[in-house]
Design a protein around this ligand. Structure first.
Ligand SMILES: Nc1ncnc2c1ncn2[C@@H]1O[C@H](COP(=O)(O)OP(=O)(O)OP(=O)(O)O)[C@@H](O)[C@H]1O
Ligand SMILES: [Mg+2]
Ligand SMILES: [Zn+2]
Length: 366
């Protein structure tokens, strides 16, 4: 069983939120001054804090002993919100409940006063999935919401939200979390779990999370479970759990390409396949590695951005390898790998797209 860290560590105070500073600033100001809007739109990528902040907003504005903008987390109302039992927090998944009846039912609930607290908060997730009739019904409510009703509409696809909804809401754009932000949060979590991480291990998780804190936390949970009673997680364990290809293999292969050794490159790929490696993962790692080369080629100082999960020795190797390619070649090769990656799934023989890409890449390397 894997630890469900993202639930265990869902922030219970605004101060625990990482990133999204523009959102927190505006919201905390509004809560502090009591000038809450009746309809918000939280737009942005998955796992970046939309639901978390919506729930914090609901808790804070209903806190019985709130002093500034933070919920006290002690009063009966706060305890109910934290425990997920608050009757005045209604969360709806528009993706599964999109019919007119669902909306009508919802509107009944909107009209009735809150059971205990000051505000009833409605979080409508994936709001772009609502049916047209449901949208229209919602729109009417947004035009004249009862004083006790607060709506937080959340979406990962804001371009699908109708302009009529956009114009009636205060919009916040959530951003993908940066590598540093994700690592910062993971560090806090492992400290609480009394676990140590080898240098580079958390960075490797963060890179693979692609801006989503939830994904990062769930990967961390898997790695901790995998590490077992160790209380120490290593880069190698992260690599194994996430199926990340050993970077040393990628480096060796890059040398072969740099030498324009087409025959060697094809042999290498086929050895990989025979030893049971996942070609899609390998292609992904290769693309990622060439992205690093590209950055370093542009400017050696950029290695501070792309070299975070590399050891010192590896960094020296990649700096040297960057000399073997021209900028133009690097971008051509990356494009070849990207194309190969997307064709592998549909190819009758999965290795062919990569083999073709590699042949091309070895030819154009200089
Ligand atoms: N900005 C953040 N700061 C700290 N933790 C975060 C942040 N964003 C997400 N998390 C962590 O990730 C988990 C999931 O976040 P949340 O449910 O708020 O994402 P979301 O933006 O609503 O995603 P989705 O679009 O998939 O619904 C949280 O429980 C929390 O542990
Ligand atoms: Mg959500
Ligand atoms: Zn409280």
């Amino acid at each position: 069983m894997s630890l469900v860290l993202y639930r265990k560590y869902r922030p219970q105070k605004f101060s625990e939120i990482i990133g999204q500073t523009h959102v927190i600033q505006t919201l905390s100001g509004a809560i502090g001054s009591g000038k809450i809007s009746h309809a918000y739109l939280f737009a942005g990528p998955r796992g970046t804090g939309k639901t978390t902040i919506a729930r914090l907003l609901a808790k804070a504005i209903n806190c019985e002993t709130r002093e500034s903008y933070e919920p006290c987390n002690k009063c009966p109302s706060c305890v109910e919100f934290t425990g997920g039992q608050a009757l005045d927090l209604i969360e709806i998944d528009a993706a599964s409940r999109t019919g007119v009846d669902d909306v009508r039912e919802l509107l009944d609930v909107v009209r009735t006063s809150p059971s205990k607290t000051k505000y009833k908060v409605f979080i409508i997730d994936e709001v772009h999935m609502l049916s047209k009739s449901a949208f229209n019904a919602l729109l009417k409510t947004l035009e004249e919401p009862p004083a006790h009703a607060i709506f937080v509409l959340a979406t990962t696809e804001v371009h699908k939200v109708l302009p009529t909804i956009l114009s009636r809401t205060q919009r916040f754009d959530f951003k993908k979390l940066s590598l540093a932000e994700i690592v910062e949060r993971l560090k806090i979590i492992i400290k609480k779990e009394k676990i140590k991480a080898e240098k580079g291990a958390l960075e490797l998780i963060a890179i693979n999370a692609d801006g989503s804190m939830r994904d990062a936390e769930s990967m961390l949970g898997q790695v901790i479970t995998f590490a077992g009673s160790d209380k120490q997680i290593t880069v190698e364990e992260v690599r194994q759990v996430l199926g990340i290809v050993d970077i040393n293999l990628v480096m060796k292969f890059t040398d072969i390409l740099a030498e324009k050794d087409v025959s060697g490159a094809l042999t290498f790929i086929n050895k990989l396949i025979n030893s049971g490696h996942d070609l899609i993962q390998f292609t992904k790692s290769l693309t990622n590695y060439f992205r690093k080369l590209l950055f370093i080629k542009v400017d050696k100082n950029l290695s501070s951005i792309v070299g975070e999960e590399l050891t010192k020795e590896q960094l020296n190797v990649i700096l040297k390898q960057a000399d073997s390619f021209s900028l133009e070649n690097l971008s051509q090769i990356i494009q070849l790998f990207i194309n190969a990656h997307s064709s592998i799934k549909y190819s009758s023989l999965p290795q062919i797209p990569l083999e073709l890409a590699v042949m091309e890449a070895a030819k154009i390397s200089s």
